[in-house]
Design a binder for this molecule. Structure first.
Ligand SMILES: Cc1cc2nc3c(=O)[nH]c(=O)nc-3n(C[C@H](O)[C@H](O)[C@H](O)COP(=O)(O)OP(=O)(O)OC[C@H]3O[C@@H](n4cnc5c(N)ncnc54)[C@H](O)[C@@H]3O)c2cc1C
Length: 437
């Protein structure tokens, strides 16, 4: 059977509604107050805050605007902190752990308020998340965690038993799960393009298809050597996340680029999608090598993502493997075709936490570990406030050490073995210490 539709595209489904933007470069002023590298959520949210404060801001991107993860993701908005509270307590102590978990909650609330305040039209809603337990042990762990939520960090959540599961999802493969009421969804590329329009209207210059090749510091100033020549700036923010390269070797040694893969199914019958996904909730599971999925905003397709191979692969191959795994969850989809298959690079960090700060005068925010719709937007805003010297820029991540490992220079040679190990562990029900709360 042909598994791809006739008009199959190896580009994100989201780009159908939000085609790649073409931006005319206006004349750049001699003096840039802040140069921003990367035009995803991080870069654009930073730019919006800075331009509103009266700064002359120029954003550079090596590709078109939002070409990175910010127009490719699953559009699931969570609290974005991967490690659970107990693990964080062990690492940083209870006070810092509480602040970190709260910062995740802040990022989600911040995004909700930002979208409402700025009247951003991007199919944003708060349907909640069904967090599906892939084993009985994970269900028991979820139940125990919900019962003993740490004081002051409680979130609205309800346990769903296996017997009740079909009210959430048309499958029996999971052992129940939990619904986290505050988690949200949006159309990621529409969110990005609305943000881009606002940033441009506010007076930010965006220079696309212009890779920054070198940053040099001269006393209190920076010069940026780019594909379109030299630019000088007083300050620099790096928001390159999973696309961080040798431009910033110190950062490159601290983020691990990992491919995340997605497919969109062909249009499904109303009855079928209503049976498989009776609600609009976003879905993810307790595996370490997680599957994440949801109905498309118009409820005509399923958008399904995950990591299906140990190394990086072509999107036709990943598309076929994701389809196989989707059918594993919903056998009713055995004849479904795939209309879009795509991927992007997320940035993991060695402590699985996002990082924000300054190194040798260059500001950065990155490392959202695959959960950056809310967090990258939030940290982009915070890093801009740090540049402006404002107290509001303080975050729970400021004092964390941004770790690297010996011999790591930005190419994750250990990834295939690590993914293979986690996949084995998921299969053997050894338990997962991450959290979505
Ligand atoms: C398939 C997929 C699914 C995902 N699903 C979700 C999800 O459901 N929920 C969620 O919260 N998160 C999700 N994420 C993660 C989320 O999309 C990212 O965390 C977030 O978009 C990061 O935004 P950013 O602005 O930091 O980086 P990006 O949007 O990746 O932007 C970085 C930009 O930097 C540019 N760049 C790099 N180097 C240079 C240079 N030298 N010069 C100029 N420009 C440069 C790149 O071209 C790129 O456009 C997903 C990611 C992927 C790939």
């Amino acid at each position: 059977m042909q598994i791809f539709t006739e008009n199959f595209k190896s580009s994100p489904y989201w780009w159908e509604k939000a085609p790649r933007p073409k931006i005319e470069i206006k004349k750049v002023t001699e003096k840039i107050d802040v140069a921003i590298i990367g035009s995803g959520y991080t870069g654009l949210c930073a730019a919006l805050t800075l331009v509103k404060a009266g700064c002359e801001v120029v954003v550079f991107d090596a590709e078109d605007a939002g070409w990175g993860c910010s127009s490719r993701n699953g559009g699931q908005v969570s609290t974005s902190i991967k490690p659970g509270f107990r693990k964080l307590c062990g690492q940083f102590g209870e006070v810092a752990a509480t602040k970190i978990i709260k910062e995740g909650q802040n990022s989600l609330n911040w995004l909700k308020n930002f979208i409402a305040r700025e009247k951003i039209d991007c199919s944003f809603k708060v349907p909640g998340r069904f967090f599906a337990a892939h084993s009985q042990r994970e269900f028991d762990r979820l139940a125990a965690n919900l019962k003993a939520q740490p004081a002051s960090l409680e979130v609205k959540a309800k346990l769903v038993t296996r017997a009740e599961q079909r009210k959430e999802l048309g499958t029996d493969i999971y052992h129940g799960g939990a619904v986290f009421e505050s988690h949200a969804s949006l159309d990621p590329a529409l969110y990005h393009s609305a943000l881009l329009e606002k940033v441009l209207k506010a007076g930010v210059t965006i220079i696309t298809n212009c890779r920054v090749k070198k940053i040099r510091k001269h006393n209190a100033e920076f010069s940026l050597d780019t594909q379109l020549g030299l630019f000088n700036a007083n300050k620099v923010i790096v928001g390159t996340n999973g696309y961080t390269g040798q431009l910033t070797p110190w950062l490159s040694r601290r983020v691990i680029p990992i491919g995340s893969y997605m497919i969109a199914t062909d249009v499904l019958d109303d009855d079928l999608i209503n049976e498989l996904m009776p609600t609009d909730r976003v879905i993810s599971d307790t595996r370490k090598v997680v599957y994440y999925y949801r109905p498309s905003p118009d409820r005509r397709r399923i958008i399904f993502g995950g990591r299906v191979t140990t190394g990086e692969v072509d999107v036709k191959k990943s598309g076929a493997l994701l389809r196989r795994d989707l059918i594993g969850i919903f056998p009713e989809l055995k004849n479904v075709k795939v209309s879009h298959s795509w991927m992007g690079f997320v940035a993991y960090t060695f402590d699985e936490l996002p990082h924000i700060g300054e190194y040798e005068g260059i500001h950065y925010a990155m490392g959202c570990c695959g959960s950056g719709v809310g967090m990258a937007s939030y940290l982009g805003t915070r890093v801009a406030e740090q540049v402006l010297g404002r107290k509001e820029g303080d975050t729970a991540f400021d004092k964390l050490t941004f770790e690297t490992r010996p011999f790591y220079t930005g190419k994750p040679w250990f990834l295939p073995a690590t993914v293979a190990y986690y996949r084995w562990r998921d299969g053997t029900d050894q338990g997962n210490k991450t959290s979505v709360v």
